[in-house]
Design a protein around this ligand. Sequence first.
Ligand code: 5GP
Length: 206
Amino acid sequence: MDYPGNLFVVSAPSGTGKSSLVKALLELDSRLLVSISHTTRPPRGQEQHGREYLFIEDPEFRGMISHGDFFEWAEVHGNLYGTSRHAIEERIKGGEDVVLEIDWQGALQIKKIFPNAVLIFILPPSYEELLQRLHRRGEDTSDVIEIRMSNAKVEVEQAQFFDYVVVNSLFETALFDLKTIVHAQRLKYAAQRRNKSVVFRALNLV
Ligand code: 5GP
């Protein structure tokens, strides 16, 4: 599959700052679209159906699995999460660049079926800092933080299977790194041949 659009997949242990980084990246780059996932997790705080997630019940999610509606799906922290196949394929076929903010299991599934996907792993600077960030965020109880910290160790080990690694010590530096990855992808030969077709034709490049 060589589609004109790029698919960027961003994963990180919770508390690493992934959502804030992706949000800032989208604000800076109007050519990037984010895909809204389906989940069986109930909404938290101010979350709204259709904005953060499409919140659905377990039977509906499982029905979508059996119909092959998901590009990828995974169980994360006891809930089901999935990316709709339709939303992604239409967009990248149409030349749009899509960002997925999903867990590592989903990212690795995508790489298998779509090797051109660009996998980006965001690492915290240390486990101590990750623990402090989870406490500062104030969203989770101590028990949940403990589960997230033990999951983080497994998650961090998956970074070796990703194309790029960004360490989020300083937010602005990590954001710059993300922008650079997106920019570099758009400079690849196949992308430039599509985007700079006049130059390529003038230079007799195929
Ligand atoms: P949260 O419940 O905190 O919003 O998300 C929990 C985890 O699920 C995060 O790592 C998030 O990136 C991941 N996640 C969100 N949407 C999807 C999805 O569509 N597929 C997969 N595999 N993971 C997802």
